[in-house]
Every structure is written in C-alpha cells, then in structure tokens.
Design a protein around this ligand. Structure first.
Ligand SMILES: [Zn+2]
Length: 325
C-alpha cells in the first residue's frame, strides 16, 4: 500500500509527524472523489499498525500480514451498511466500545470512517465523545468527499488534510502508464477535471460506453429529439454518473458562453454540440439547470432514494427544453 505519486509531499509530512509522535489523534482526509484519498488512508493505516515501519509499512510483520489478509483486530472500518447511505448511531457505539479497549497487538488502534459525511446527526454526536477523549495510541481517520457536510463540531476535532487536484505533469505519466497511451491519458484527465483515479475509471470500457451514449443523446436533443423516449435508452442505475456528466457539460457550456474560448472546455470532442447549444440558450439558464442537477445529485447521495427513472426523465426534459429553445 503506497501513496500515489502526487501525494509524496503529503506522505513525507505524515511520516515526519508520526515518527515525531506528533500525529494528531484524528485526521480528516478530504478531496473530490477520484483524487486518491483511499490509497493515502490505507498507506497510513498500514504504517500505523506496522511493527517495523520504514518509509512505508514493512509488509512482512505479523500486523502487516493480518492487514493484507483482510482482518486486523486493531482496525475498525465504518462504512454505510449496504443499500443504506447512512452511518447510524449503532455503528458509532461500536466505535466507542472499540476505543475503550486496549489494542490487541499492543500498538495503535485505528478507526476509519468513510465517508465521514454519511454519519447522521445522532452518529456524529455519539462520535464526539471518543474524539474528545480518545485515549492513548488511537488514530481516527475520517475520509470525506464533501467535508462541509460534516458537523462543524466533528471537523473542529480533526486535523484537516485537504487533497488538491494534482498537477498534470504528475497525473499524466501515471495515467499514461495505466492506459498505455498519452493522448488517451490527456483526454480522460481533461474529462475528469484532472482527477486521476476518476479519469482511469471513466476510461474503462463500460464507463466509456455510457459517455458515448450520452453524447449521442445530447446530439439527438440538440436536433429536437423527444426527451422521454431518449431517457428510455439509458440505464437509470447510472443516474449519478449521468448527472455528473450533465454537470460537467453544463460547466463547459458556461465557460464557453462566458469566455468564448474553446480551449477552456474539458470535453473538447463536444465543441460542435456546445456551439449549437450556446446559440439556443442564455448563460443564466445554464446556471439554473446546473443548480437543478447539483441538487438532484445531492439528494441522490443523501439517500433520498427518488425514483431514478423519473429523475432521469425530468432531467432530460429540462435539458431538452433549453437545447431547443
Ligand atoms: Zn509491518
């Protein structure tokens, strides 16, 4: 488990703090999805539990072997229960019990909570006590895409490490090695707004097909296609990704509409469609549609569980109304 190439500075700092005994007992690792929070968290968890760490966890000791085998008694991972998008209070009561015990391997106890913003209010309040009086040799790692959704009282008890989008000159070689093609790496990094793990995911066969389908749909709507009929061709299970693309493309349209500069768009292959769309609507209408899409995506993430097919249809009806106005 190694940190990613663009995390080297962060990693050195964490190692320095840890070796100096100055690592705080609670860290909040935040940054947009696809930036690589998990590899960083996992490298730190492994090094914290390792009996004989160097720059990284040794990979050989009993602790490292247990971790690699998928179970370590001094690591508690808390994630939303399957199908639920929330971390509830009973899961956090388990954390409090875990923190009250001594570590079985005589070292650290580590609690990973992910995503932190999935804790509901009762769960967050229950966690506060442990964050305030964690006891010795305890490390909390909260991982979050949107730390603003954590209770302020939780945030204030964690040291906040916010990960920034890596520079292209570091992200591009990493992705090129994985995709085996420099042009592809640049294209998908641009589509993903510079987020390397997201770019890798979007370049995968299935995700690539979804983007192709959406592009065809965009084209059909610009030419006056009927949105509900078009919606039926899409899989509503991909609603979150469909809205994500909708948001990214609207942001492109707004950038293009405001600046007139085609080099500022992330999806360069869509420029002919953007140019057509920009002719048909005003920038403030794009902003309204953008707010709508963000709100739908937020509701989806909060587990509001609306009917995805209906949300998809409503979304496409709004898109098409603007595209052909
Ligand atoms: Zn080890």
């Amino acid at each position: 488990m190694s940190p990613l190439p663009w995390q080297t500075d962060r990693w050195r700092k964490l190692v320095e703090l840890q070796d100096g005994g100055r690592l705080p007992h609670a860290l909040l690792l935040s940054g947009p999805s696809g930036i690589g929070k998990q590899p960083l968290a996992e490298a730190l968890i492994a090094r914290t539990l390792c009996r004989d760490p160097g720059e990284l966890a040794c990979g050989e000791c009993h602790s490292c072997r247990m971790l690699a085998a998928g179970y370590h008694p001094d690591l508690l991972t808390v994630m939303p229960a399957e199908k639920s998008r929330q971390i509830r209070v009973d899961a956090i009561r388990q954390v409090n019990g875990f923190v009250a015990q001594t570590a079985q391997q005589g070292g650290y106890r580590v609690i990973r909570i992910e995503p932190g913003e999935a804790m509901n209010v009762a769960a967050s309040n229950a966690l506060l006590k442990s964050l305030e009086e964690p006891g010795d040799r305890t490390l909390f790692i909260l991982v979050s895409d949107t730390p603003s959704r954590l209770l302020a009282t939780i945030r204030s008890r964690c040291q906040h490490w916010s990960l920034a989008v890596p520079p292209l000159e570091v992200a591009e070689p990493w992705l090129r090695e994985r995709l085996g093609n420099g042009d592809e790496a640049r294209f998908w990094l641009s589509v993903a707004g510079g987020l390397p793990l997201l770019a890798e995911e979007l370049a995968g066969a299935e995700a690539r097909q979804l983007r192709q389908d959406l592009r065809e749909l965009f084209d059909a709507l610009v030419r006056g296609g009927e949105p509900v009929g078009e919606a039926a061709r899409l899989d509503a299970q991909s609603l979150d990704r469909i809205l994500w693309y909708g948001i990214a493309w609207l942001e492109d349209l707004i950038r293009l509409g405001l600046s007139g500069d085609p080099s500022r768009v992330r999806n360069g292959d869509l420029l002919p469609l953007y140019r057509q769309a920009v002719k048909n609507a005003r920038v403030r209408d794009w902003f309204r549609l953008l707010d709508y899409a963000r709100e739908q995506r937020r509701l989806l993430a909060a587990g509001g569980n609306p009917n995805p097919q209906l949300v998809l249809e409503a979304w496409l009806v709004r898109w098409s109304a603007l595209l052909r106005s």
